[in-house]
Design a protein around this ligand. Structure first.
Ligand SMILES: [Fe+2]
Length: 250
């Protein structure tokens, strides 16, 4: 990758695709198989379109370079291998450059449902299909740009909630039905079932409510938010920018 990242440079990695074992490919296939029934029924249409567009394969782990080749002409995004968890400035810098950091390791067969840290299933299966959607793609880039301009921990915490309740755990109403697009719901049977079985209150997306709702990373969600459209989500980001930085959106 030719990018001259300041903060992200030490975290860039590579995907040695040929080193994945048949066992790892089989684990990937099992993860996809387990998620497919709920995805087909409850994922939003933009996710499903993106899934096709990036050429996700059920039987083989995704090749990040090939995925980027499909995404780039569509929205200018790439999926870039990183070595692990990124500190905030590195993460924001990559988003602002339309490069989504993806891990390359895969959880093992004994922990299909949960990993404490994101793996390639969460990052690619969960996140990347949405990067084919133009408004969502704009949102992510702008989000990175905005967050990169501040080090204020209170502001970053609130902006983190906006990310959490959209990109990670977002829901959307489409045709009167509740659909999902957040990677944490897309990639988790438990989180998805929790919503579908009505054990989680789904509130209308409203910026201030989202900014004030604390994130609990180690509990299944009791409250989530549903947007009406991706335009609404993008508008909310511009509103947040105005609110925190008192500057007109550029
Ligand atoms: Fe994520």
């Amino acid at each position: 990758m030719e990018n001259n990242f300041t903060y992200a440079a030490p975290y860039l990695g590579r995907q040695s695709y040929e080193l994945y074992s048949e066992d790892e490919h089989a684990t990937w296939a099992e993860l996809v198989r387990r998620r497919t029934p709920q995805i087909e029924q409850f994922a939003c249409r933009e996710y499903l379109e993106g899934y096709q567009l990036i050429g996700m394969e059920e039987a083989r782990l995704p090749n990040l370079k090939r995925i980027s080749e499909k995404l780039m002409p569509r929205t200018g995004w790439s999926t870039t291998p990183v070595t692990g968890f990124l500190p905030a400035p590195a993460f924001f810098e990559m988003l602002a450059n339309r490069e989504f950091p993806s891990t390359t390791w895969l959880r093992d067969r004994n922990s299909l449902e949960y990993t404490p840290e994101p793996d390639i299933f969460h990052d690619v299966f969960g996140h990347v299909p949405m990067h084919a959607h133009k408004v969502f793609a704009e949102f992510l880039e702008r989000y990175g740009e905005i967050c990169a301009t501040t080090e204020d921990p209170d502001v970053l915490e609130q902006l983190g909630r906006l990310f959490w309740y959209t990109v990670e755990f977002g829901l959307i109403r489409q045709g009167g039905e509740l659909k999902m697009f957040g990677s944490g719901i897309i990639s988790s049977h438990g989180e998805c079932t929790n919503v579908l079985e009505g054990r989680c209150e789904v509130r209308r997306f409203e910026l201030d409510a989202v900014l004030n709702t604390t994130v609990k990373v180690d509990e299944i969600h009791k409250v989530l938010f549903a947007i009406d459209s991706f335009d609404q989500m993008y508008e909310a980001l511009l509103q947040a920018e105005l609110k925190f930085f008192d500057a007109a959106p550029k």
